[in-house]
Design a protein. Structure first.
Length: 143
């Protein structure tokens, strides 16, 4: 757990790193080395749903007001909507650090449309598709 933002808000904000899986392969990725090391040792690169829920429960017990789901890429997890739903049921405001690609899926947007206190941080790595896609090493990621 990482506490941050307390000086600004007086409330505990917790980052929940769900793992290392991602649908991009960004040139500047700071977690790729960790992911590759875990894979080389045949270890899991992502938290299980149970592990993630247990961490959310612990953050709730500690009185956190906000949780930021991060990774890798949190939106590609099969349990993404369930994690957001559970976090909100415990009263968390939920931030999501995402590359935004999964948000092009109408079904995902429909599934999260009714949630409140949900905030997305989506990086753009340039002002053109050519530049952005070169950085992410995924054709079409800008769109």
């Amino acid at each position: 757990m990482t506490a941050r933002g307390m000086a600004e808000t007086g409330q505990l904000i917790c980052d929940l790193k769900l793992g290392y899986s991602c649908n991009n392969d960004c040139l500047h990725c700071v977690i790729a080395g960790n992911r590759d090391a875990l894979l080389a040792r045949s270890m899991a690169i992502d938290l299980t749903t149970e592990q993630a829920m247990n961490l959310l429960r612990e953050y709730h017990r500690q009185g956190a007001a906000r949780v930021v789901l991060t990774g890798g890429e949190p939106t590609i997890r099969e349990d993404f909507v369930d994690l957001v739903r559970q976090a909100q049921s415990w009263g968390f405001a939920v931030g999501i650090q995402t590359n935004g690609r999964a948000l092009a899926c109408e079904a995902l947007c429909d599934a999260i449309r009714g949630f409140d206190r949900l905030c997305f941080t989506i990086p753009l790595h340039g002002d053109s598709a050519d530049f952005h896609d070169a950085v992410t090493q995924r054709q079409g990621s800008f769109e």
